[in-house]
Ligand binder design. Sequence first.
Ligand SMILES: Nc1ncnc2c1ncn2[C@@H]1O[C@H](COP(=O)(O)OP(=O)(O)OP(=O)(O)O)[C@@H](O)[C@H]1O
Length: 256
Amino acid sequence: MTEILRAERLRKSYDGFLAVDGVSFSVRAGELKALIGPNGAGKSTCFNMLTGQLKPTAGEVYLRGTRITGKPPREIWRMGVGRTFQITGTYRSMSVIENVQMALISHHRRLFSFGLRAWKLYREEALEFLRTVSLEDQADRPCSVLAYGDLKRLELAIALCHRPRLLLMDEPTAGMAPSARIELMQLVADIVRDQGLSVLFTEHDMDVVFAHAHHIMVLNRGKLIADGTAEEVRSDPKVQEVYLGGGTLFKEAGRA
Ligand SMILES: Nc1ncnc2c1ncn2[C@@H]1O[C@H](COP(=O)(O)OP(=O)(O)OP(=O)(O)O)[C@@H](O)[C@H]1O
């Protein structure tokens, strides 16, 4: 499989505190990969260095062989690294399809067309994205009345509008009921399979991780201690040492 993203010896220090300490990994085309680890392990810091929100103290990030280390977030986004964002504020008062149309208007760099006519733009294309996440029957409802799980599907559709090669999802199922979590990640897995995009996600629910991720990376205190299949990671002595001591991850990992 082709390599989409490669991180080499990434390091981030906050006033001398090493939050990420020499982390190297890659994400391949069509791969659904999880980044797990206890609270404070450095997952968000890692994500933010991949998307340009944080500049690494050292190390490099390559996207399809091109060095993107320290580039501005918008440039990295334009190059194909997407991220899901929560729908907040005024966007909630807009309809489901209008939110997708907004994303398409931005993707096609047509924000200057924004106005009364804007809602005629990209309606068919927007419906297609809503179909992908099974939300087409909710197209004209305001976002504010959507069930939480549907809002998450909409956030996914909006991220897909920019046609990312790699999509980063930070705790995509946080706040959802267990059955809805599995359903949402099944949808993500289907999209990965059908569209060949790559997804890297962080997640605290080990049932979700072990049910869907093709490969799992484990961070602990800023260091990558494992990177492999579910079986490899589950049986890795270093992972067991970190997790078998108790706490939420360990029990759930055992159940998965
Ligand atoms: N802006 C910052 N300034 C100083 N320390 C920070 C900053 N951001 C994060 N840290 C510290 O860096 C470490 C890694 O934090 P990070 O948020 O990346 O971990 P995480 O694995 O995403 O945690 P969680 O699962 O709780 O979201 C933590 O000890 C955190 O307190």
